[in-house]
Design a protein around this ligand. Structure first.
Ligand SMILES: [Zn+2]
Length: 500
């Protein structure tokens, strides 16, 4: 018995010594296909140049419409793998709305993410952004395989999915990614990681980068097409014109003041400013996205729970402070864009019925049931399904004290499922994104240049046309962005802005 036991143990020992565990084999095969582990380890930096498209997540015309495209030119991304540094410079040009080209400089230096503006000023970004940009380093075959080969990394859960061999990797510093390797070519086909959709309603969000069109560079095979999805939405598709290994990346380190600065929170702390616009009507402002609180005889109606739970919970709290004994019966959502629906789950958790355009109903319902485990919110702590009432053309909320009319803004190029809210007694109209009144110049600001072109508002002409067509008597606009201004400002802007 003793000898037999010994021989069984020897067989296991023998097996352990000679065969590579399947999860390691996936990494080894991929490393070999890319050019060999030694060559991969010797890649200190990589500079990727190219062009392509970004897509503006959560800004499509309706929830199922194609995502608006930003043309990307002058794309250049440098990665210092060992130093965990990166710098992405790109010029993006929108194809709808404001079509002026805009340069982005997005950087990472270890724990510090920062952005550089047009004037060259660097500003620290949140720790969440830093975490996402560190993960982006793994969204490239070299970054992923280097991470898997590094001391302290754990490669686990080998499995087959379709035409790919798949492993989960926990990096030496605890980041998690999943690597897909083509079963035939053994080249990495994609990498996925999880993040949190800050500033949108998605919650737990899969980020996936696919690699294609491998070409030979410096003894390595490197992809020349990089396609990134957030959840089911493609957000970037880059055609690589050059991969430069161990070239001159310039200085990728963060300026000292950025490195020593405290990272801002992922969601800015809420500041709510209350402006009483009329009896039982409050304009809740303070930051970029405003809300409107409307009092009825025995309940309240809130227009917009924007951005995220931090903002929207503060808006709800302010409503309760202003009128503690009336429930928020309805939340009117102007449109589904992520920055306007990012707090919709807060409204659902509060027990409010959501009023939105009929084209947004399925979207709102889907948002209510999404997992939010990375940043739990009130709804994930106490789940309930969304109660959604829809507007096709018009809906009136009326009781003995007040009338509010909700209209579809027909034909808006900003969103096909856009609502505006009319207060007939106050002769006020609430709208989002179609006319954002410019801020008043500061008291000591120099006068604008004589021949400066007027600002362009691509969606205002359609908005004004809708108001006129419906015969609404409007004196003032109460916008979700900006400040209350006379309606004639929008009419003037419509005259100087082309509608498309
Ligand atoms: Zn919008």
């Amino acid at each position: 018995m003793r000898i037999r036991n010994w021989s069984v143990a020897a067989i296991f020992l023998f097996a352990g010594c000679t065969s590579t565990p399947p999860e390691k084999a996936v990494i080894n095969d991929a490393a070999t296909a890319l050019g060999g582990a030694d060559k991969i380890q010797a890649v200190n930096t990589l500079t990727i140049s190219g062009s392509g498209e970004n897509l503006n997540l959560g800004q499509n015309s309706s929830p199922d419409a194609p995502t608006p495209i930003l043309k990307v030119s002058e794309y250049q991304r440098s990665i210092d793998f060992a130093g965990k540094r990166s710098r992405l410079e790109q010029v993006r040009t929108a194809t709808v709305g404001n079509t002026a080209p805009a340069k982005q400089i997005l950087c990472l230096d270890g724990d510090a993410a920062f952005n550089v503006n047009a004037a060259g000023m660097a500003t620290r970004a949140s720790d969440q952004v830093a975490k996402d940009r560190r993960a982006e380093i793994y969204h490239h075959p070299i970054g992923a395989i280097r991470a898997a080969l590094a001391q302290g990394a754990i490669v686990a859960n080998p499995r087959k999915e379709g035409n790919a061999d798949v492993v989960d990797i926990t990096t030496a510093d605890g980041a998690k990614l999943t690597l897909y390797v083509d079963s035939q070519t053994k080249l990495p086909s994609k990498v996925t990681t999880m993040t949190d959709n800050i500033g949108g309603p998605l919650g737990d969000m899969l980020v996936e980068t696919s690699f294609a069109n491998y070409t030979d560079t410096a003894g390595l095979k490197l992809p020349t097409r990089l396609t990134t999805k957030n959840d089911k939405y493609t957000v970037a598709d880059i055609q690589v014109s050059a991969n430069v290994v161990n070239g001159n990346t310039g200085d990728l380190s963060a300026p000292a003041d950025v490195k020593s600065a405290q990272a801002p929170p992922a969601a800015a702390p809420a500041m709510i400013t209350v402006e009483e616009v009329g009896k039982g009507l409050w304009y809740l402002t303070g930051q970029s996205h405003h809300s409107v609180l409307v009092e009825f005889a025995d309940h309240l109606v809130l227009i917009e729970t924007p951005q995220h739970e931090v903002r929207s919970a503060a808006v709800v709290a302010k409503a309760k402070e202003l009128r503690p004994n009336k429930p928020i019966k309805y939340v009117i959502n102007t449109h589904h864009h992520f920055d306007h629906s990012g707090g919709i789950r807060t409204a659902i958790a509060e027990g409010a019925t959501i009023i939105t355009h009929e084209g947004n109903k399925a979207f709102i319902e889907a948002m209510a049931s999404r997992p939010h485990t990375m940043t739990p919110d009130a709804l994930s702590n106490s789940p309930k399904s969304a109660v959604v009432e829809t507007v096709s053309d018009k809906r009136v909320l009326k009781d003995s004290t007040r009338t509010v009319e909700i209209y579809h803004m027909a034909g808006s190029a900003h969103s096909a499922t856009m609502l505006m809210v009319y207060f007939p007694v106050e002769r006020l109209i609430g709208e989002a994104d179609v006319y954002n009144p410019p801020a008043l110049p500061a008291a000591n600001a120099p006068p604008p240049p004589v021949n400066a072109p007027p600002p362009v508002f691509p969606f205002v002409a359609n908005f004004v046309e809708n108001v006129h067509k419906l015969g609404l008597k409007v004196d003032r606009i109460m916008p979700i962005h900006g400040r209350i201004v006379p309606f004639k400002d929008a009419e003037a802007a419509a005259k100087t802005s082309s509608s498309d």
